[in-house]
Design a protein around this ligand. Structure first.
Ligand SMILES: [Zn+2]
Length: 459
């Protein structure tokens, strides 16, 4: 990725102050690897960079991306060679040439390989010097650069969220082990989606991984996947394993939401309670094979019937973008008259649901029966649940209607921005694939609450 810092340096030269330009030059690895003296037929861009030939003070380079231009001063016409020598061991790792050279400076590019011609397997990272030799193979000729620091190893950044805690925080940066990177940036995606939603700007490594400011300005909340990119001084780029993160909105509210006003043809299928793990599993499978996202609002009290493999299935579904979660409280016994303290207790007791799913349920809270009063609203606010999520399409599937009736209610009632309410009932699971197909036939795409909320405003 050598072109990246170079073009940035040019941009800085073009538009920024001298100081900024000098700074950009200092971090552009291509510039220090080039010879101090320009050579006919081999222009050396950036050859005026200060300190280019100072031994031991070079910026690391990746010669496989930008070849090192080895310049040998040749006294008379002859065939010359140049040896590549590892500084710490004195070992000759490769030989460039022979090259038929005119009198004067002759440039031989080296791409970081070992062996004859400087090709073949790349040398190990480390400091190397160059030694031009006359046709006799013995007489040394003046050669630049004196040394280069070769770095062809990509950084290995690791986001270090202490397991098994759930990423619920409002932190603007994630804990990061930079793994040799000097600069880092965050790439944010919807889980299971290749194309980035937002990319952060490069920032110096060491202070954690800053989350992109655009997350907030674009109103992105809820479940995302974050990857750290690390870049070193040589321009090598490494990528961390992704982590699932939940982006929390600014505190406030809570706002009671029955649907989202949006121009996008999106709907959210929300499934409550979680007393039927086999039904929940069938729903996840139907959603996954249709490539859509659904949302489970579960009570952790039902975890008594959740096997280890079911819990693993939930985590996997969150990771691959099939599942989002919201909180339904713990014991399913709250209502209009619930006090703030009782509400806080019930919402706090439901945190194991977040732990099991591996992501924060906030900012979404679905109160049981859709029943709430001032106490429960205060409790939601106090525990960081920014949205009390109701519904505008009720399948009433808990009353035991047939699968076709459930399908008709869900699909027939849905419009842009709808939130559909279902439960982990056998007929609901049986209807689920048909519901997804019916929504798509109607031009509506089922998405998770995060994506629906980012697409418009509560209305
Ligand atoms: Zn319920």
């Amino acid at each position: 990725m050598r072109t990246l810092p170079t073009s940035r340096a040019r941009t800085a030269l073009g538009i920024a102050s001298t100081a900024a330009a000098a700074c950009a030059l200092a971090v552009a690895p291509a510039l220090t690897a080039t010879p101090a003296a320009p050579t006919p037929g081999a222009p050396a861009p950036g050859a005026t960079a200060p300190g280019a030939t100072t031994p031991g003070a070079t910026t690391p380079v990746n010669p496989s991306v930008t070849p090192v231009q080895v310049v040998v001063q040749v006294p008379t016409v002859q065939a010359i060679t140049a040896r590549i020598i590892r500084v710490d061991t004195g070992q000759v790792v490769g030989t460039l040439g022979p090259v038929n050279a005119m009198a004067g400076p002759t440039t031989i590019p080296w791409s970081g390989g070992r062996g004859p011609g400087g090709t073949g397997q790349p040398v190990a990272d480390g400091q190397y010097r160059f030694e031009g030799l006359a046709a006799d193979g013995v007489t040394p000729l003046p050669t630049t650069p004196a040394t280069v620091d070769v770095d062809m190893t990509a950084p290995t950044p690791v986001i270090t969220i202490p397991a098994p805690t759930v990423p619920a925080s409002r932190r603007a940066s994630l804990p990061l082990r930079p793994g040799g990177a000097t600069e880092v940036r965050a790439i944010v995606r919807r889980p299971g989606n290749e194309s980035p939603l937002v990319s952060g700007a490069w920032a110096p490594a060491g202070g954690g991984l800053p989350l992109p400011a655009a997350l907030r300005s674009r109103g992105i909340i809820g479940t995302v996947q974050v990857t750290a990119e690390g870049r070193d001084a040589a321009g090598n780029i490494g990528t961390s394993e992704p982590v699932i993160w939940s982006v929390q909105p600014a505190p406030g509210g809570p706002t009671v939401v029955t649907r989202i006003k949006t121009r996008k043809p999106l709907v959210a299928l929300t499934i409550d309670d979680g007393y039927g793990p086999s039904e929940a599993t069938r729903m996840v499978e139907a959603a996954r094979s249709a490539g859509v996202t659904i949302t489970f609002c579960f009570n952790a009290i039902n975890s008594r019937v959740w096997s280890a493999s079911f819990q693993q299935m939930l985590r996997d579904a969150v990771k691959d973008g099939t599942l989002e979660i919201c909180s339904h409280g713990y014991a399913h016994n709250t209502g209009k008259g619930t006090s703030e303290s009782a509400g806080i207790s019930d919402l706090s007791r439901n945190r194991p649901w977040d732990e099991i799913a591996g992501v924060a349920s906030g900012p979404f809270y679905r109160p049981p029966y859709g029943a709430y009063g001032s106490g429960l609203l205060a409790a939601a606010r106090a525990t960081g649940y920014r949205y009390v999520v109701l519904w505008d399409v009720d399948t009433n599937d808990w009353q035991g209607p047939s699968a076709s009736v459930i399908t008709q209610r869900a699909v027939g009632g849905a419009r842009r921005g709808s939130i559909v309410l279902m439960h982990t009932k056998p007929n609901s699971a049986a209807a689920f694939a048909d519901i997804i197909r019916g929504m798509k036939r109607k031009g509506l795409e089922p998405v998770g609450l995060s994506e629906l909320f980012a697409a418009g405003r509560p209305g």
